[in-house]
Design a binder for this molecule. Structure first.
Ligand code: IPE
Ligand code: IPE
Ligand code: MG
Length: 264
């Protein structure tokens, strides 16, 4: 089942980085803000559309590599709740690229056991795209390999607002007391409720912000920024990011090798 991807020839450089990873400390969940497509195209005096096409291609190879190294969840930010501010042509192009991505990749993703999921308000997308999304999710629902979470019409604030509304409704219906609301309850009503929080966030393009991505889930995530534009982000850069992640010291507010004050 994995044959297709695992049999791919890796170049020597990649192979070295691949071998040097600590297999026991691969981030379970990597989140990526796929940014810089427009600037990538601009640098080449091309229309922005070319950058978006190249960006979709970059996602393809990153999904493969993430799957090969044993990442469990890859969440890719494809379209934010704020991206509706872009010109109509660009929004339409982004939507049709998403649709093409599903058409072109679904067989290979399914063959490689990838489970496709969407986070964000997909109800606001064109019905034909919603249908494709539904089909892709249903077709791959039983797959047990990499979870590919595509964030489309996603905003962290919108996600938290949605969770608050659901919880408020439960309180209004008498299914829950307000005193019972805790982080677990909020978490249960996020799109990512059954997934671990991201261990590593990657933002290419040279901008150092999170642009309304996974606001709740990134609380203790390690951030990795690079000046590369997303279409230039290749498998070797993913391996580099994972390698740097493996050298980070994650303390989660505690101290290393010290028994916590509140340990049971
Ligand atoms: C990311 O690339 C794609 C989306 C936001 C949908 P951009 O289109 O934001 O590229 P830049 O930031 O203008 O270079
Ligand atoms: C973030 O990029 C959203 C996606 C990559 C989908 P933007 O280009 O929209 O973010 P800003 O506007 O630079 O913060
Ligand atoms: Mg951008």
């Amino acid at each position: 089942m994995w044959k297709k991807w695992f049999s791919r020839k890796r170049n020597e450089e990649n192979n070295k980085s691949f071998e040097s990873l600590d297999r026991g400390r691969i981030p379970k969940h990597i989140a990526i803000i796929m940014d810089g497509n427009g600037r990538w195209a601009q640098k080449r005096s091309l229309p922005r559309a070319f950058g978006h096409r190249a960006g979709a291609e970059a996602l393809r190879s990153i999904v493969q590599t993430a799957s090969e190294v044993g990442v469990q969840v890859l969440t890719a930010y494809a379209f934010s709740t704020e991206n509706w501010k872009r010109p109509t042509d660009e929004v339409s192009l982004l939507m049709s690229l998403l649709s093409d991505y599903l058409d072109n990749e679904i067989d290979e993703l399914d063959d490689n056991d990838v489970k496709i999921r969407f986070i964000g308000n997909t109800d606001e997308l064109a019905p034909i795209l919603q249908h494709k999304i539904e089909k892709a999710q249903t077709r791959t629902a039983q797959n047990v390999g990499l979870v590919l979470n595509l964030a489309v019409n996603y905003g962290g604030r919108a996600e938290i607002t949605r969770a608050v509304k659901i919880v408020a409704e439960m309180v209004a219906q008498g299914q829950l007391r307000s005193s019972q609301i805790d982080e677990t309850i909020i978490n249960q009503h996020l799109y990512t409720n059954d997934l671990p929080d991201p261990d590593l966030l990657i933002r290419p393009s040279g901008d150092f912000r999170i642009s309304n991505f996974l606001l709740w889930q990134l609380a203790y995530t390690e951030f990795y920024f690079t000046h590369l534009y997303w279409p230039d982000f290749k498998p070797e850069h993913l391996l580099e990011a994972i390698n740097e992640y493996q050298n980070r010291d994650r303390r989660f507010g505690g101290l290393k090798n010290i028994k916590p004050h509140n340990a049971k």
